[in-house]
Write a protein that binds this ligand. Structure first.
Ligand code: UT7
Length: 326
């Protein structure tokens, strides 16, 4: 049996901060509304037009260093992003070039906020199946480039950042279980309507602001709570565990109230969940990647702990991984 575990994590957050007070000057909102409805105090913004690959590169260098693995020894690079540098080539290819990871295959995953969980699960299975030994998984987003800065219901939510994980073959079982799900019939609840083959870029699409995130927030909130609870229960059940066995939940950081509801439904204590939404807002695929990295940096995860990474996003998609920290 070939097992897989995480041997290195890294993160990169661009230094420029947008506070709630800054947003009060742009749209009809208040710091109080944003904090009480979302839990967000501030978020990061990448001011330079560098693309997701540049954030991914900085996070990956740290993860590889911690793992003690040279880029040349990577077999595969997976980048989860909904803000790729370009539609093609993939962001993973740009990252491969920056890293000089010349022996790695490259692929991007489009699974919105669940992208890091989809990436971890894919990497785990490539290792488990014996095809590859060392895989880099990155969640990297520059969401501020697809944010409608005139829409107060969405522009308060999103931020930029990247988190990276290096997975390697192991004699001990790290990854234990995963559950991935989707509901394509709800694709209009959260989407970026234009810029693809369905609605190519035109003067009209730009004028109608169709290259920015459109979201039915209240519908999404309800579905997110249900789906994140259910997927965590599903992946735990596959290995005979329940919420009571979870030492650390790493949830997608869309809204503090969503996290609170999921924690309550899973029967967890707030000591067993990592939350950083107040500092970064929603960074889509980067949210759970950065949260996992920070939980480890802050020694909130110790050897032998059961960690669940749990996410939900546009698609709709959701997923969770159960990892024993070895
Ligand atoms: O990454 C995964 C995907 N994202 C999510 O999971 C996000 C899920 N949804 C949410 O987090 C919440 O639904 C939001 C934070 C987006 C909105 O919170 P809500 O409690 O669902 O508010 P609402 O949309 O029901 O709006 C309540 C009121 C409305 O006013 P009226 O119609 O009651 O007069 C909105 O117009 O709040 C108003 N509102 C605002 N007021 C001040 C909406 N945005 C703002 C704002 N500032 N920024």
């Amino acid at each position: 049996m070939t097992y897989a575990k995480i041997v290195g994590l890294g993160k990169y957050l661009p230094p420029d901060i947008v506070t709630n007070a800054d947003l009060e000057k742009k749209v009809d909102t208040t710091d109080e509304w944003i904090r009480t409805r979302t839990g967000i105090n501030e978020r990061r913004i990448l001011k330079e037009r560098e693309g997701s690959s540049s954030l991914a590169y900085k996070a990956s260098l740290i993860a590889l260093k911690k793992a003690g693995i040279k880029p040349q020894n990577l077999d595969l690079i997976i980048v989860a992003t909904i803000t790729p540098d370009t539609l093609f080539p993939s962001t993973a290819c740009y990252l491969q070039n920056y890293l000089k990871a010349t022996n790695a295959g490259c692929l991007d995953i489009s699974a919105a906020c669940a992208g890091f969980v989809y990436g971890l699960t894919t990497a785990w299975q490539y290792i488990h199946g014996g095809l590859y030994k060392n895989i880099l998984v990155v969640g990297s987003e520059v969401l501020t480039t697809i944010t409608d800065w005139q829409d107060r219901s969405t522009c308060i939510l999103f931020g930029d950042g990247a988190g990276a994980a290096v997975l390697t073959q192991s004699s001990k079982q790290g990854f234990m279980s995963a559950d991935l799900g989707a509901d394509g019939s709800e694709s209009d609840v959260l989407s970026l309507p234009a810029g693809g083959s369905r609605m190519p870029a035109s003067i009209e699409t730009v004028n109608q602001r169709l290259h920015t995130i459109k979201m039915k927030g209240t519908d999404l909130f309800r579905i997110a709570v249900r789906a994140m609870t259910q997927t965590a229960e599903n992946s735990l059940k596959k290995v005979g565990l329940t919420g009571a066995d979870v030492d650390m939940l790493i949830p997608h950081q869309a809204n503090k109230r969503i996290i609170d509801a999921v924690v309550k439904r899973l029967g967890l204590s707030f000591d067993n969940v990592y939350i950083n939404v107040e500092r970064y807002g929603n960074m889509s695929s980067a949210s759970s990647a950065v949260a996992l990295c920070e939980a480890v940096e802050e020694n909130k995860i110790k050897s032998g702990d059961i960690v669940v990474v749990d996410a939900f996003g546009g698609g709709l998609v959701w997923g969770s991984c159960v990892i024993k920290w070895v």
